[in-house]
Ligand binder design. Structure first.
Ligand SMILES: [Zn+2]
Length: 417
């Protein structure tokens, strides 16, 4: 059977036919080269507007890499025609298997992008003997297609969070849809600034923003203001995870101060390697860790006091009735403010000033899963960690949309990918 027959079963281009198939040395290795010819009497189409125009000469032949076949790299060879478009003047024709100056065919880009979701981009490039850059372009093509063709209807619940990227204080603001049955990355943008979130709402559109019913976020004041203004019909929920994170930050600060004191007074550092002990919930500790914690509790340390205060506060989330929970919160805050633990007092003040938004959590208990934000953020961090070679936030955004966006894909003619 001829290669052409096989290919015709996979790819069909209306105004083009496959011609001779030959072996040729390309980049030092034997490759399969398939000539592509325009159908006799077919008129070239403008690559900008797809209008047909009068042929106006031919460019030198170009190679377009296709999906590899057994042990061979496969290329299409075609000499693009030029045409006179009534609108765009002299221009290169549109080729349905490629776009712009790209030398990888669309089919192969989709194929590579699928593999790049399972493997890292670097690994994909190695397996398919191509460059990291061509994998990036493949993923970018698929992501742009997905962003242009995705449907943004019926989004009523979103979560907003940020993740640190690279090694520095660089952040990406992430906006996720967290509706039951559809959780995905909706948008991400560099930095964590008011204008970042404003840009999301601008792109998301007023009409969609007005349909939002719940927004999960942390308690960063500038974002709270933007949410209140741009999603006027949504209940802003401060979820358990973000609030407990503030407790852990406070415990960590107190522990650091205490360790410094030990050092300056030449005392034994009983808190050495105690960080995780204090940050973990007791139920997640091993037997050995539980025993060590028991020893620490006897020592009347500020770190341990802060730890016990956090554990005490966990009861807040167990309340069934919001009014009881609110009373508990008030009591806890009063007690915390009477201590001499400054970071914990800060947490207490924060709880008090955000009380209405924290109490929103009780109004939606069981309905909105803010936990989805955490899950998605973990996946995002994994994507970033796998991302050796991502040089810019633009690359990173493409990778994040690719893995978390649940984007529609262009039609793929190849299996096994
Ligand atoms: Zn045109």
């Amino acid at each position: 059977m001829l290669v052409k027959t096989v290919l015709n079963k996979v790819e069909h281009f209306k105004s083009f036919v496959f011609g001779t198939v030959i072996f040729e040395k390309i980049e030092g290795a034997e490759a399969l080269v398939i000539e592509v010819n325009a159908r006799a009497n077919s008129k070239p189409e403008c690559s900008k507007c797809e209008k047909k125009g009068k042929p106006h000469g031919t460019l030198p032949s170009r190679l377009f890499e296709y999906v590899p076949f057994w042990k061979f790299k496969v290329f299409f060879r075609y000499s693009p025609r030029r045409l006179i478009c009534p609108e765009h003047g002299a221009i290169v024709e549109a080729m349905p298997w490629s776009y712009g100056k790209e030398r990888t065919t669309i089919s192969y880009q989709i194929y590579l992008a699928r593999w790049a979701r399972r493997l890292s981009w670097k690994e994909t490039a190695e397996v398919f003997e191509t460059s990291w850059d061509s994998i990036y372009r493949a993923v970018r093509f698929v992501v742009h297609y997905g962003l242009d063709n995705r449907i943004l209807d019926n989004i009523t619940e979103i979560g907003i969070d940020e993740i640190a990227v690279f090694f520095g204080q660089k952040y990406l603001t992430m906006v996720y849809q967290i509706n039951a049955g559809c959780t995905r990355l909706l948008w991400c943008g560099p930095e964590r600034r008011v204008k970042t979130l404003l840009r999301f709402f601008h792109e998301f559109g007023k009409e969609r923003s007005e349909k939002l019913r719940f927004v999960c976020s942390d308690m960063w004041q500038p974002y709270l203001k933007v949410i209140a203004k741009k999603a006027p019909n949504a209940l802003n929920i401060l979820d358990r995870f973000h609030i407990m994170k503030k407790f852990n930050e406070a415990i960590d600060e107190i522990r650091r101060i205490e360790v410094k004191q030990f050092k300056s007074q030449n005392q034994e550092n009983v808190l050495a390697r105690g960080r995780w002990l204090l940050l973990k919930r007791p139920k997640n500790l091993s037997d050995k860790q539980t025993a060590r914690l028991g020893d620490l509790v006897k020592l009347n340390l500020s770190s341990v006091k802060a730890y016990l205060m956090r554990e005490d506060f966990q009861r807040f989330w167990e309340y069934k009735r919001a009014d009881y929970a609110e009373r508990f919160l008030e009591n806890w805050v009063t007690r915390a403010l009477q201590t001499n633990l400054e970071p914990m007092k800060k947490v207490a003040n924060m709880l008090r000033s955000h009380k209405p938004l924290i109490m929103n959590w009780f109004k939606t208990k069981g309905h909105v899963s803010c936990g989805a934000v955490e899950g998605l953020n973990l996946k995002a961090k994994l994507t970033i960690r796998k991302a050796y070679g991502f040089k810019s936030t633009e690359c990173l955004k493409i990778a994040l949309y690719h893995t978390l966006g649940k984007l529609p894909e262009p039609q793929c003619h190849n299996r096994f990918c």
